[in-house]
Design a protein around this ligand. Sequence first.
Ligand code: PGA
Length: 249
Amino acid sequence: MSLRLIANWKLNGSKEFNDQWAQEFFKNFSSSNFKSIGIAPACIYIDHFRKVIGECGIEIGAQNICDEDSGARTGEISASMIKDLDCKFSLIGHSERRIFFHESNKTISKKLNQANNNSVMPILCIGETADENQKNNTYDVLESQISEALQDLIELNSLIIAYEPVWAIGTGKTPNPEEVNTVHKMIKDVVQSRFPKIGLKSVLYGGSVNSKNASSLFSLEHIDGALVGGASLNGKEFAQIANILNELY
Ligand code: PGA
């Protein structure tokens, strides 16, 4: 499985939302190839959303998993639980988790292990803040996020990395696509040279992606797809982004 377009619905949704979203999405998606699309609803709606979309081939995943498999972790959901719900992937280390829930690279590394042990594809999210970007520290920040997250993993069959500059998330600002392409190349080089036993499937870009800027991003060599937040909440808009991706690959 290689996902190229993932919707991160964050803390949004309801049963009614699922129904309306699916109607809009299916009306506007112009292909029958759903294979590279993933949706991460709030965990509590996974089963409902699966019933709504049926067996069309869209993968459903989680926005987060616990760094432990079971036991005294009130309120948490484990990789084995989402696997039980037939989820194929989980976001790990999203910047909102790092900021609001104080997730460290060490915790993120444990979550990656949990995903790996349960054959759940991890989508490792990394990205620099505005301040780090202005100080030209982007490469160093990303390199240490990658190294610290992956250092305890001897082998990882499949991994997707989402490069999401924190300052681009939900702000309407995006870096120049050429800059994103260069950063993605660097991410691929770092993983390949330092962690040769890790199967990096793709590097997605995230941060204010919409149907207007998607083609300028997707047309570049090292941008393999996108992780989309705000624009993915609208079924029609997300279908249009998926259509652009399909035309280019
Ligand atoms: P955005 O969010 O598309 O709303 O910027 C992306 C994300 O947080 O994954």
